[in-house]
Design a protein. Structure first.
Length: 420
């Protein structure tokens, strides 16, 4: 008589893999903690967002839109919100290119210089997410997007960290062409310089970050500096991967919401907010060995979206970044104008030495032009220029600036009070 073998005990049966609400494999060592979106469980808030998207969405960025996004985007609306915010940005729009632009670029496949590096990074891109486990169609879509972008932006090509950014978009948008154009909006919106050889954009923005860090948290800045920690040690992984390496996935998505809303300013908002919420822990930590792990893997309770939002509000990061960039732009403009004036003055001196007529008007106009340049430098300089003694000093500076040039003989300019 044939005896049917008894089934294995329930505990011995292989269990189907379980995934969290974001699609990450539960129990995997790389899986970030799920966390919760701000207000995601409140029915009234969900209803308000649905009505806002369907009926009240503005054509341009408004105070209401900013307030709602900074208060938290419900996860089910995130894809729609990102796509609409991207259309508001200054990225290149698809209608500027042929309809088959993406198809042609992505069809190149393994024939590009970047293909080998892309292929290596595919296996390391969210290997704990259900969409990228093993060899599947989503890995193929991810490769198409990255290859197409490497050809679209020759100056940047492909860099490590890009695969994570493109993969996040694929989690929300199944169409590879949609993902490609959204990826263009992310990288080309002033972020491409971060990926250029030499990381020129990273160092430029890091210089801005240092100024803001010193201003908002001077004690913590000195503490990290004393421990030998340079800002680029933690800014590089945060910025090049757009915070996808944070241990709390809801925090990553919240900072992506801010990026689509504010552009690269969100990098400063996110970085300073993380430092602000971890400030007490970092000040208690001693030495690089204790501080770096906190920076690269902040405690979960410190980076919850509501904590980051509160920190950004306390620090007024958006306002500070806007103010600093405006001042820096004026300084750069003043420098360019001053350099241009100097070149013209030298040209004047050379032409007069050769007996040619001067390009610039007489000394009075030169003085007024130079004064207008210096007047733009800073508020402090503007206040000084209102005082007579500074006017006199500036005249003397001008006199020295002009008279030391070879072949330029010119009488001493009249005092400011005499200049009409």
């Amino acid at each position: 008589m044939n005896v049917r073998p008894s089934p294995p005990p329930r505990s011995a049966r292989p269990q189907a893999p379980q995934y969290d609400d974001f699609g990450f494999l539960i129990g995997h060592h790389l899986t970030p903690t799920l966390g919760f979106d701000m207000n995601s469980g409140e029915d009234d808030y969900i209803r308000m967002w649905r009505e806002f998207i369907n009926y009240d969405w503005p054509l341009q960025k408004t105070a209401t839109l900013v307030k709602m996004i900074e208060s938290g985007v419900p996860h089910q609306f995130r894809g729609t919100v990102w796509k609409r915010l991207a259309k508001m940005g200054s990225h290149r729009k698809p209608e500027h290119y042929p309809e088959t632009y993406f198809e042609v670029l992505s069809a190149v496949g393994d024939k590009t210089k970047a293909s080998q590096q892309i292929e290596l990074d595919l296996t390391r891109t969210f290997p704990n997410h259900r969409m990228f486990l093993g060899d599947n169609s989503y890995r193929s879509l991810l490769k198409r997007v990255l290859v197409a972008y490497s050809l679209h932006n020759h100056a940047v090509g492909y860099c490590q960290g890009m695969s994570n950014c493109a993969a996040v978009l694929l989690m929300f948008f199944p169409d590879a062409e949609d993902v490609f154009w959204l990826f263009v909006s992310i990288i080309d919106y002033k972020l491409d310089h971060h990926f250029e050889p030499g990381l020129r954009g990273m160092t430029d923005d890091a210089a801005i970050f240092v100024k803001l860090f010193q201003k908002t948290m001077p004690k913590l800045y000195k503490h990290l500096e004393a421990a030998g920690i340079e800002p680029l040690m933690y800014l590089t992984p945060w910025w090049l991967q757009l915070f996808t390496n944070l241990p709390l996935w809801s925090a990553t998505l919240y900072l992506w919401d801010l990026y689509f809303l504010h552009g690269t300013t969100a990098l400063f908002i996110g970085s300073l907010s993380i430092l602000y919420t971890c400030q007490n822990l970092l000040l208690q930590a001693v030495g690089m060995q204790e501080i770096i792990p906190i920076l690269l893997s902040p405690p979960l309770h410190c980076i919850e979206p509501k904590c980051l939002a509160a920190a950004a509000a306390d620090l007024h990061v958006y306002k500070l970044v806007k103010q600093y960039r405006s001042n820096r732009s004026r300084e750069q403009e003043a420098t360019v104008r001053s350099e241009a004036l100097t070149r013209l003055m030298k040209k004047d001196a050379q032409d007069m030495k050769r007996g040619r007529p001067a390009l610039l008007p007489p000394i009075v106009t030169k003085y007024k032009t130079l004064r207008s340049v210096f007047k733009r430098d800073s508020e402090e300089e503007r206040q000084k220029l209102e005082r007579r003694d500074t006017h006199v000093a500036l005249e003397e500076f001008l006199e020295k600036r002009l008279l030391h040039l070879p072949g330029l003989q010119m009488s001493r300019p009249r005092r400011t009070t005499d200049i009409v």
